[in-house]
Ligand binder design. Sequence first.
Ligand code: 13P
Length: 256
Amino acid sequence: MNIKPIVAGNWKMYKTLSEGVSFVGNIRKRILDKEKVKVIFCPPFNSLFSIVETLDGTSFGVGAQNAHHESQGAFTGEISVEMLKSMGVQYVIIGHSERRHIFGESDTWVNRKIHAVLDGGLIPIFCIGESLEDRQKNQTMEILHRQIKMGLDGLDFIDPEKIIIAYEPVWAIGTGETATRDQVAEAHESVKSILCEMFDEQSSSVPILYGGSVNEKNATELIETEGVDGFLIGGASLKEDSFCSIIAQVTTNYKG
Ligand code: 13P
């Protein structure tokens, strides 16, 4: 199966409503070649609805950064998959390292959320990645194995068009330090083989994104790396020029 590369911008807790709407409006005008790459914006909850409206009739995707696994209830501060869906959201980032490390989300919670997102008909962008300590102790592959096994536990199969995996080494997020090509290739290869071990051959077509200090200077080298099907970008997705430049580099250099 041919994989279409994906460039997703995780805005984290940045941009007000007006800033977000004007940003996507400008990008919409600048990105002409939408056939070759799927571009997804993941703004904070406040802007989701207006951004879906601004992008109506285009092939741009909109994703949330989190969701609760229950459909409703007394969960102050949380949002359900059904609520996101009713706003026209199509993707949900699950298990981002900031959720895991700052907000204490466990693999069990991540697993419940993955099920809720899939059951609700949205596409999870399932994040995994080792900490610096894990890497220094040579435990990277073990950690990825655990996160994937536990995150996808209870699923009988995965449809490559209905799930995205993002490998984001924690030590590369927001630090300006990117993983080397060899480190990225090794991790992506290992993710693929874990998926094939858990599910059928088809799962080798699940798109695997890299995230962690991707910018306009390293995007070409990273997208040319074996097993990289696109990016999940933080800081560089907040600026029009850098985001557009990365999309253009992926469009030109992704070999599939
Ligand atoms: P940076 O691109 O800022 O390193 O963030 C990566 C990330 O966390 C995307 O989810």
